[in-house]
Design a protein around this ligand. Structure first.
Ligand SMILES: Cc1ncc(COP(=O)(O)O)c(C=O)c1O
Length: 433
C-alpha cells in the first residue's frame, strides 16, 4: 500500500494526495465511499482486541470509517496537526472539541466577536450542561484577560476571521495569553481555511472547522473537523484534565501515558465522539475530499473577486462602511497582512445608507447573488444578518457588536466578478431609488 503523506510537497499537491492510499482492492484511483456501519472481526479474540484498544482496526463507523480516515489524515496534514476527527457539522466539531476539555463546573474564556451560532451554542446548550463562558474583547489588555481566567478555566476559544465584522484575531497574542496560564487555545479557522492561515503554526493547539464552507466548497454538504496540534503538554496538568489521566480501556495505562501528544484527540475520538455520536457520513466525507482537491484554486479566485468587490464598494456613495481588511483605512489591515498574507477571506460586510429599508429592497432586488444564510459557497450569497442570524438580539445588543440596520454580509463566490458587481450595483440602485 502506497501512502501519499509527504510534508515536503506543496500545498496544492497535498490537498489532492495527502492521506490517500494509492492502491485499493479493486484498483480504484479515487478514495472509495466505504458505505458500511461496521467491520468484520477476524475471530473472537481479534474482536476483543479491537474493543480493548489492543488493535487499531475499525470497530464501528460511529468512531471511524476508511473514507473519513483519508479526509482526516488530509486535513491534519494541511493544518500541520497530528490528528483530525470529522464530525457531522461545524457546530458538532465545536461542542465536541470543548467537551473533550471541559465539563460541568468548568469555564471557557472566549473572544467576544464570534459566529453568532457559536455564541448561541455557548449561551444555551453548553451553559445548560453546566459550563460557564466568559467573553473578552480580543484587544482587551492582559490584565482584563488574566482576570477572566481562573483555576476552573479549561481553554481559550477564538476564531481567525470572525464574521460578519471581519475583525481578524491576533492568534499569536491570544495563544501567548493562553499558554501563560497553561491553557490550550482552540481556534475556529473556518473562514481562513488552511490555505490562508494555519493557526497551529501561530501557537494554537486545536483547530475546528465547519467543513460545510470553503473546505467542501460547493454548498452541497455539511461537516465539521477538529484538528489537534502536537505542542500542548497534556501531561503537565493532571488536576486540570483528570479525564486524560484516567485509564484507556483495559490497558491500565492512562491516555497521557499511552498516547502522549495524542492523548486529547484519542480521548475525543474514543469517548466524546463515540459517546455522543456526531459522526460524519462516509458520503459526506467523500464530498469533502472532492472539495479539498481544489481548495487552493478556489481560494485564490475567492480572494481576487473579494478584493475587486471591496475596491468597487469603496467607491459607492450609498455604502457607508466596509468590513474587510482590504478596504481603505480598515483597522485590521496590519494584523491581516501579518497573519493572512494571501488574503483575509471572502466574506465582506457593508453598511447601506438608508438602513433597514434599504437593506430590505437590496436583498429583494438581487438576481445573481443568492439571498440565504451560509458562507463559502462557489455561488455568491448575501444576507441581512440583523433580521436573521442576529435577529434574536435586541437592537442595542446588535449595535454593540457593530450590526447596524443597513449591514449586509456578502460571501463572495466564483462567478465572473463583473457579473457579481453588476448585480450588486443594480440592487444598490433599486435600494436607493
Ligand atoms: C465560523 C463558523 N463556525 C462554525 C459554523 C457552524 O458550522 P455548521 O453550519 O457546519 O454547523 C459556522 C456556520 O456558519 C461558521 O460560520
Amino acid at each position: 500500500m502506497t501512502r501519499n503523506d509527504d510534508a515536503t510537497r506543496g500545498f496544492e499537491t497535498r490537498q489532492i494526495h495527502s492521506g490517500a492510499d494509492a492502491t485499493h482492492e479493486q484498483g480504484s484511483r479515487i478514495t472509495p465511499i466505504h458505505q458500511t456501519a461496521g467491520y468484520l472481526f477476524d475471530s473472537f479474540d481479534e474482536g476483543s482486541d479491537r474493543f480493548q484498544g489492543r488493535s487499531a482496526r475499525l470497530v464501528y463507523s460511529r468512531a471511524g470509517n476508511p473514507t473519513n480516515q483519508v479526509a482526516e489524515r488530509r486535513l491534519a496534514d494541511l493544518e500541520g496537526g497530528i490528528d483530525a476527527i470529522l464530525t457531522g457539522s461545524g457546530q458538532a466539531a465545536i461542542f465536541s472539541a470543548l467537551l473533550g476539555l471541559a465539563g460541568a463546573g468548568d469555564t471557557i474564556v472566549a473572544t467576544s466577536s464570534l459566529y453568532e451560532g457559536t455564541k448561541q451554542l455557548f449561551r444555551n446548550s453548553l451553559t445548560r450542561q453546566g459550563l460557564t463562558f466568559r467573553f473578552v474583547p480580543q484587544d482587551a489588555d492582559d490584565a482584563t484577560w488574566d482576570a477572566a481566567i481562573d483555576d476552573r478555566t479549561k481553554a481559550i476559544y477564538t476564531e481567525t476571521i470572525p464574521n460578519p465584522k471581519i475583525d481578524v484575531v491576533d492568534i499569536p497574542r491570544i495563544a501567548g495569553i493562553a499558554h501563560r496560564h497553561g491553557l490550550p487555545l482552540v481556534v475556529d479557522s473556518t473562514v481562513s481555511t488552511p490555505f490562508l492561515q494555519r493557526p497551529l503554526e501561530h501557537g494554537a493547539d486545536v483547530v475546528v472547522h465547519s467543513t460545510s464552507k470553503w473546505l467542501s466548497g460547493h454548498g452541497a454538504v455539511l461537516g465539521g473537523a477538529i484538528i489537534a496540534g502536537s505542542a500542548f503538554d497534556w501531561s503537565a496538568h493532571p488536576e486540570r484534565y483528570p479525564h486524560l489521566h484516567a485509564p484507556f480501556r483495559a490497558s491500565g495505562e492512562t491516555y497521557v501515558e499511552k498516547f502522549g501528544a495524542r492523548a486529547y484527540p484519542t480521548f475525543l475520538r474514543s469517548v466524546v465522539v463515540n459517546d455522543y455520536g456526531p459522526t460524519l457520513s462516509a458520503q459526506s466525507a467523500w464530498l469533502l475530499l472532492l472539495g479539498l482537491e481544489t481548495l487552493s484554486l478556489r481560494m485564490e479566485r475567492h480572494i481576487a473577486n473579494t478584493e475587486a468587490i471591496v475596491r468597487w464598494l469603496a467607491e459607492q456613495p450609498n455604502v457607508r462602511s466596509i468590513d474587510h481588511p482590504s478596504a481603505p483605512g480598515n483597522r485590521y489591515a496590519e494584523v491581516a497582512a501579518r497573519l493572512l498574507p494571501r488574503g483575509a477571506g471572502s466574506v465582506v460586510s457593508f453598511d447601506l445608507a438608508g438602513g433597514y429599508e434599504s437593506a430590505r429592497r437590496f436583498i429583494d432586488s438581487l438576481e445573481l447573488v443568492s439571498p440565504m444564510t451560509h458562507i463559502g459557497d462557489v455561488r455568491s450569497l448575501a444576507i441581512h444578518t440583523g433580521s436573521t442570524i442576529h435577529g434574536r438580539l435586541t437592537e442595542e445588543e446588535r449595535l454593540s457588536i457593530g450590526i447596524t440596520p443597513g449591514l449586509i454580509r456578502l460571501s463572495v463566490g466564483l462567478e465572473t466578478v463583473d457579473d457579481i458587481i453588476a448585480d450588486l450595483d443594480r440592487a444598490i440602485r433599486v435600494a436607493h431609488a
